[in-house]
Design a protein around this ligand. Structure first.
Ligand SMILES: Cc1cc2nc3c(=O)[nH]c(=O)nc-3n(C[C@H](O)[C@H](O)[C@H](O)COP(=O)(O)OP(=O)(O)OC[C@H]3O[C@@H](n4cnc5c(N)ncnc54)[C@H](O)[C@@H]3O)c2cc1C
Length: 406
């Protein structure tokens, strides 16, 4: 494995640096504090402002952003090159310039539309989603249908030119801010459960949609319940074939796993814990000198390194045009549980100070430790709980016998 960039790639990096200098000024950096937060991996995608939109458009025209998306739909249309993609992210983040929006719409729905959508759907939604003009939420989970998603019961009945949708979704992240929802709806009640589902695009302003926030244990309300009461959705809002939504949804789920778990998230969290151990005094000595803490950090670092080398393996495979297979499935499970274990150690190092709220004078990491600890726990569940991921890896990756199903 060669871990150095060739001369061509180093030249590419210089070109990217120059492009950013020409298009994203110091004033832009100062005016967009949320982008600096995103560069550190915190915060969600802010609704994009005009300057950031102009930057993303210019970067796409130059072939630097949304490289997998055809130009006809506002993308960069470049041959896949994971090394160039990595350099671009590194340089954009280092300069605190806008990176690609990575929320549910751009990261999960767009690849699905490109693979399964009609020409009209691609024209209508891809560019506006990439630029953040249309924001999406994901309506998959229902009470009683989370891990066993194919049991979902929200129904869609065709009446003339509309689907009439009735039912309830739950754990719908960002539903209050979203303009649209991509949802799995049971449209063929007489078919076997995996063959009776359609993938629908639903305007969140349609009459009959009621969104109610769910308060989490960290005080935030990131999730919602979405009630659908005789919601009329145009007939042509189905992505892919009617009744084939389960197969369409797999493309979204694959993108979701890649969005949630990655080695750079684990590395960032780990480096934060090391910095905390250097800064924090325990019984008059820096915590990093405590043999128990050193032991735990060493153990975690070996897991972070394993995640990074697994990432290099995936990069090498995708540079050769191969699918990462098992290595890709392992990433979400490993990195989301690892980030949680690292944040647990950070809480232990900070001891009582971890409880200080944001804004308190001595609060480590701006009072965000408890929130991160809880959030990483949730990330391990979102997009598929650890037990389910282990089953998928065992069955599809290692060819083990199937888990007994009811
Ligand atoms: C941060 C976060 C964001 C989310 N955002 C969204 C969203 O935007 N849209 C959306 O639709 N959903 C969203 N979800 C929901 C998420 O997809 C579900 O929570 C997840 O699929 C688990 O389903 P469940 O909560 O019904 O748990 P259950 O399926 O009830 O599982 C409970 C426990 O039982 C275990 N279990 C279940 N079945 C098996 C089995 N066969 N073998 C072994 N163990 C099993 C699970 O692993 C888990 O530990 C989000 C969840 C989180 C935490």
């Amino acid at each position: 494995m060669n871990l150095k960039y060739s001369k061509d790639y180093q030249r590419f990096r210089e070109e990217v640096r120059q492009f950013i200098k020409d298009h994203w000024t110091e004033e832009d950096v100062a005016a967009n504090p949320q982008l600096s937060e995103m560069a550190q991996g915190l915060g969600s995608s802010p609704r994009t402002d005009e300057r950031a939109t102009a930057f993303r458009r210019a970067a796409a025209e130059r072939g630097y952003m949304y490289r997998h998306v055809p130009r006809a739909y506002g993308g960069g249309e470049q041959a896949p090159d994971p090394l160039k993609a990595t350099i671009l992210v590194e340089e954009l983040k280092a300069a605190k310039a806008p990176v690609e929006l990575m929320s549910q719409g751009p990261a999960m729905l767009v690849p699905t539309l490109l693979a399964h959508g009609t020409e009209e759907q691609k024209k209508q939604y891809v560019e506006s989603t990439l630029l953040g003009h249309v924001r999406w939420c994901q309506g998959y989970s229902e009470p009683g249908a989370g891990s066993d998603l194919a049991s979902l019961r929200t129904s869609g009945v065709l009446e003339g030119d509309h689907w009439v949708v009735n039912g309830q979704k739950i754990w719908t992240s960002n539903a209050r801010e979203a303009d649209m929802m991509f949802a799995l709806i049971r449209t063929e009640p007489d078919e076997p459960k995996h063959d009776g589902i359609s993938y629908l695009l639903i305007d969140m302003k349609t009459q009959g949609i009621d969104v109610r926030p769910l308060r989490q244990m960290d005080g935030d309300a990131h999730f919602n319940e979405v009630f659908l009461d005789n919601v009329r959705v145009p007939r042509d809002s189905v992505v892919g074939e009617r009744g084939q939504g389960w197969y369409v949804s797999r493309s979204t789920l694959k993108a979701e796993r890649a969005l949630i778990g990655n080695a750079s998230m684990a590395r960032r969290t780990f480096d934060g814990a090391v910095a905390l151990a250097q800064m924090t005094q325990v019984r008059g000595r820096p915590a990093i000198e405590d043999p128990v803490i050193r032991d735990r950090l060493t153990d975690l670092e070996s897991r972070v390194l394993a995640a990074e080398y697994n990432g290099f393996r995936l990069l090498t495979e995708s540079a050769k045009g191969h699918d990462g297979g098992l290595a890709g499935l392992v990433t979400k499970l490993h990195t989301s549980t690892l980030a949680h274990d690292v944040s647990k150690l950070a809480m232990n190092i900070s001891s009582d100070a971890a409880m200080l709220a944001p804004g308190e004078e001595h609060a480590p990491f701006a009072g965000m430790l408890v929130q991160s600890y809880i959030m990483y726990y949730a990330l391990a569940i979102g997009g598929g709980a650890p037990n389910i991921q282990r089953n998928v890896i065992g069955e599809r990756g290692l060819g083990l016998p199937r888990d007994p199903r009811r």
